[in-house]
Design a protein around this ligand. Structure first.
Ligand code: PMP
Length: 354
């Protein structure tokens, strides 16, 4: 066998289909399956990328100095507390590769972001799934599931795909219980969409807990998914170890420049946040009216609980909307107000006929 035995039962990730722009599709499909920002990105990003000089034959700055400086200033941490990756995805890979060895285990929710368990399998670690309770992480159960071989506990906050969150006091008491030898990663990919006033200030907790790492990304509210930039924040010592595993030039020059420009335009972030709040309300009102169960979301998507998810996803696709189906639910990205309105119209027809 040429590859690790644990790869034998896995299949490569099936990525979302790129948006068709050549008009070859009969209907233009609205992609509501990957939690991208349907409002695009800041015009400042487009301008910055267009103005880039064309020294394409040189490697990018492997330390992403400018972006790291700006992020450090924005987040009020030191530059040595930040690790950048080609998306949060790569930071998850770097963490797993740095921390896990065969025989270790990770603890995660049973319905959460898929990359945590994928990398655990690749590294030969065991996965301990703790069932969500009403779509929410069961932190008491997760602390109880950990033992001295637990190397990472993954908390997705807000959780993908359910959109639920754990609050500051829940996270605090959890951190008090967890062994300092277990890394707790709080994945805040959707942080900028959160409106709950009791949401944790996780970055502040890094000073108290050396075993805490916060993950964020430019792919969601900043609308830079195609550039692939995400980052982790933790104490200096941990970040310097993770940087050993990071590839030397893992973030492209275009991407570094795009992310810097995105940080300059908080108006765009605010606009996206407000549009998302309106969209969530639009969708919630519809689901309430139709008596369809959903989880209250703090993110840019909403999860409905339906047994016939496969059938409903297919019907929606026939109407031009791609959504993400799960075993007993569907996750729908909040779109523009027009997307949401058209989606609701389509769902009205579908659910009436159920
Ligand atoms: N974490 C969560 C919870 C996500 O949903 C995603 C994107 N789907 C990521 C991390 C990674 O996103 P990216 O690699 O685009 O930064």
């Amino acid at each position: 066998m040429l590859v690790k035995s644990q790869l034998m039962n896995l299949k490569p990730y099936t990525p979302a289909k790129p948006v068709e722009r050549d008009g070859s599709e009969k209907i233009e499909l609205v992609r509501l399956n990957s939690n991208e920002n349907r409002h695009g990105c800041s015009p400042k990003v487009i301008e910055a990328v267009q103005q880039l000089n064309q020294d394409f034959s040189y490697y990018p700055d492997g330390l992403a100095t400018e972006l790291t400086n700006r992020l450090a200033e924005y987040l009020k941490v030191s530059t040595s507390q930040i690790i950048l990756g080609a998306g949060g995805d790569e930071v998850i890979q770097i963490i797993s590769r740095s921390v896990l060895t065969p025989g270790d285990n990770i603890v995660q929710a049973d319905l959460t972001f898929s990359q945590y368990s994928l990398h655990a399998v690749i590294e030969g670690a065991e996965i301990r799934n703790v069932p969500l309770v009403e779509g929410t992480h069961d932190l008491v159960g997760m602390a109880a599931a950990a033992d001295d071989r637990t190397k990472i506990i993954w908390i997705c906050n807000p959780n993908n795909p359910t959109g639920t969150y754990i609050n500051a006091s829940e996270l605090n008491s959890f951190m008090e219980k967890v062994s300092p030898n277990t890394l707790v990663v709080v994945d805040e990919a959707y942080f900028e969409y959160v409106s709950a006033s009791d949401f944790p200030n996780t970055i502040e907790l890094i000073e108290t807990y050396q075993n805490l790492l916060v993950l964020r990304t430019f792919s969601k509210i900043y609308g830079l998914a195609s550039f692939r930039i995400g980052y982790g924040i933790a104490n200096e010592e941990l970040i310097s170890r993770l940087n050993i595993v990071r590839l030397p030039y893992n973030t492209a020059r275009f991407s570094q420049v795009a992310a810097c420009a995105a940080l300059e335009d908080m108006e765009f972030v605010k606009f996206s946040y407000e549009q998302n709040k309106l969209g969530l309300t639009q969708l919630e009102e519809f689901f309430d009216k139709e008596n369809i169960k959903y989880y209250k979301s703090q993110a840019n998507f909403i999860y409905i609980v339906v047994k016939n998810s496969e059938e409903i996803a297919k019907l929606l696709e026939n109407k031009g909307f791609i959504v993400r189906k799960f075993l007993e639910g569907i996750r729908i990205t909040v779109g523009t107000q027009q997307d949401n309105q058209l989606l609701i119209q389509s769902m009205e027809n579908i659910f009436v006929n159920q």
